[in-house]
Design a binder for this molecule. Structure first.
Ligand SMILES: Nc1ncnc2c1ncn2[C@@H]1O[C@H](COP(=O)(O)OP(=O)(O)OP(=O)(O)O)[C@@H](O)[C@H]1O
Ligand SMILES: [Mg+2]
Length: 261
């Protein structure tokens, strides 16, 4: 489905932010990337979207989606993938919203840019997605401007948009770190439901090992641009290979009031 082959990424300063990174995500699989700040997690998923900031570029290796090299694609082909079969949730997805337009008009436009649907149908589809993200007064929210919502509400609008087309792969970069625990578990449930219903594969970047333990089939531990530990959830959690993983496991918050680690 999504395959990284010995990928290295460098930014302007030439220091590799990702080094010889290899990972294959199969259909319907959830993999988690965990590791310290600056270890290259965001770089790894942004590389798929062609959204590396600051002159970042893939200097070695290849990334394939459903067998096709993504790196060789034209801008048009790339754009067709993004927001359709491949979707991304950013840590601050909410801040991508246009401040001077209502949520509803942006959501409707987003839906209609991908599918030719009547205005009313697109509105309803957007509204229902908001409800599923735990935003009950969805009609009011659709009519609101971003500044009238809290940061957590805006983030959920962003997440709703990223999930509306049932992507084949969802790249989620710290999707819930700005949200309270109750909302976090609601979003986690929605991501799991997306996998259940549509067999969506998910690459989850998180600092929250509890969340990784709860969601992921496989966990990849990163430090300094490299994968240092990898394996099935149980293997990583119960029999970590490296001292670094043990250290990470040291402080783990609880999910839904339960410890999964
Ligand atoms: N725009 C940029 N310009 C130059 N270097 C960058 C840029 N973005 C990231 N880097 C470098 O790439 C490396 C990996 O950063 P990245 O953002 O991928 O880490 P991360 O694992 O996502 O960290 P965090 O957990 O803090 O989000 C870091 O050393 C960082 O300094
Ligand atoms: Mg990051």
């Amino acid at each position: 489905m999504l395959c990284y082959e010995n990928v290295s990424v460098a930014y302007g300063n030439g220091v590799p932010a990702l080094l010889d990174f290899s990972l294959e995500v199969t259909r319907g699989e959830i993999v988690a990337l965990v590791g310290e700040s600056g270890s290259g997690k965001t770089t790894a998923i942004r590389a798929v979207m062609g959204l590396l900031p600051g002159g970042g570029r893939v200097v070695r290796g290849d990334i394939r989606f459903e067998g096709r090299s993504i790196l060789g694609m034209s801008m048009g082909e790339w754009r067709a993938l993004r927001g359709g079969p491949i979707s991304m949730i950013f840590q601050d997805s909410g801040s991508m919203l246009n401040p001077i337009r209502t949520i509803g008009s942006q959501f409707v436009e987003y839906i209609r840019a991908h599918e030719s649907k009547p205005q009313k149908e697109a509105w309803e589809r957007g509204r229902v997605m908001l409800e599923r993200m735990g935003l009950p007064h969805s009609q009011t929210i659709m009519k609101s401007y971003p500044f009238q919502l809290s940061g957590g509400m805006r983030q959920r609008v962003g997440i709703a948009m990223s999930m509306v087309f049932q992507p084949r792969i969802l790249l989620a970069d710290e999707p819930t770190s700005a949200l309270d625990v109750t909302t976090q578990s609601q979003i986690v449930s929605q991501m799991m439901a997306l996998r259940e219903e549509y067999n969506t594969s998910i690459v989850l970047v998180t600092h929250n090992l509890g969340m990784a333990a709860y969601m992921a089939d496989r966990i990849f531990v990163m430090t300094q641009g490299r994968i240092v530990d990898a394996g099935d959830r149980e293997q990583i959690l119960k029999h970590p290979d490296t001292a670094y993983t043990c250290e990470l496991l040291g402080a783990v918050p609880a999910m839904k009031g339960k410890r999964y680690v």
